[in-house]
Design a protein around this ligand. Structure first.
Ligand SMILES: C[S@@+](CC[C@H](N)C(=O)[O-])C[C@H]1O[C@@H](n2cnc3c(N)ncnc32)[C@H](O)[C@@H]1O
Length: 275
């Protein structure tokens, strides 16, 4: 179903105001296509009927389905190796020292826009390896959140395909992944440390409750936002962190022009942001 330029703009602005994702005009065909699927599923015939449904009191359930259609959920284990090395070799020892001085033995980590959970579980594997020494008797809390309910359900399930697990180093793979008929099943030992919840990063009322994190990852999602919506979300991340906490975006992303409160910290092959 083709929609007019005016209808595209209505829809684009509606989506932007809900979740911060900004669809440029070049994405008209993509939105048209995803929108048509939902019109077919709901049996609505005209653009305005579906648009009214979305905005109605029953619209929140439909909005969930629309979000599942329009989000890009590409992810895999051990996606950004240089960031992971920085965390393992530099940040964890540093954070442990800082937290000890504060009288705390809890580490809180947030994979914001976690998709099907690979990023959160990768961090869990790395931290679990440190349980015998550096993190002995520490509480480790890892939270994954996403706006898309389908990927949250996949994350909770913890069953992956070959593509997703292809970069896991053998030592971790042997220990934490079991293969069964072409499916790769995560060990309960890893799942135990990670919880997943639905959360829209653009919803201020919910974001203020995400408190006291030592490390926040928000990789490969803000690329879908514009500068204004990025700035709003990153302001929250700054507040969600403990003093001296770290924030990471994806490998090809930066906070240039988005936030000047974070200090940029360089590591071999990557950089992060420190509060
Ligand atoms: C490409 S995936 C990134 C997954 C993982 N962070 C990584 O880098 O491998 C982007 C994720 O952002 C989520 N997303 C998009 N807009 C969001 C929003 N406003 N709030 C929460 N999650 C959002 C999508 O549902 C999708 O799962």
């Amino acid at each position: 179903m083709a929609i007019s330029d005016n209808e595209f703009e209505q829809l684009r602005d509606f989506i932007y105001n809900i979740c911060g994702m900004y669809f440029h005009t070049s994405k008209k065909y993509f939105l048209e296509n995803r929108f048509s699927r939902r019109m077919e599923a709901t049996g609505t015939k005209a653009f305005q009927d579906y648009f009214l449904l979305l905005q109605s009191t029953q619209g929140s359930e439909e909005l969930t389905y629309l979000m599942d259609e329009i989000t890009t959920n590409e992810t895999y284990f051990f996606r950004n190796v240089s960031q992971l090395a920085a965390i393992e070799n530099k940040l964890l020892p540093e954070l442990v020292e800082i937290k000890k001085k504060m009288g705390s033995s809890t580490l809180r980590i947030w994979s914001a826009a976690s998709s099907s959970g690979e990023e959160a579980y990768t961090l869990a594997m790395i931290l679990l390896e440190k349980r015998s020494k550096l993190l002995k008797e520490w509480n480790i809390e890892i939270v994954g959140t996403d706006i898309n309910e389908t990927v949250i359900a996949q994350a909770n399930e913890g069953i992956y395909n070959a593509y997703s697990v292809r970069n896991i180093p053998d030592a971790y793979r042997d220990k934490y992944i079991r293969e069964d008929n072409g499916k790769f099943i995560l060990s309960p030992e890893i799942k135990e440390f990670v919880t997943f919840n639905k959360l829209n990063l653009y919803e201020d009322a919910k974001m203020v409750f995400m408190e006291n994190f030592d490390l926040i990852f928000c990789a490969n999602v803000l690329i879908y936002f514009d500068v204004a919506s990025k700035s709003k979300v990153v302001r929250h991340f700054y507040n969600n962190l403990q003093p001296n906490g770290y924030f990471f975006v994806g490998q090809s992303e930066s906070l240039h022009g988005v936030n000047d409160k974070f200090k940029t910290v360089h590591f071999p092959g990557c950089f992060g942001y420190k509060k």
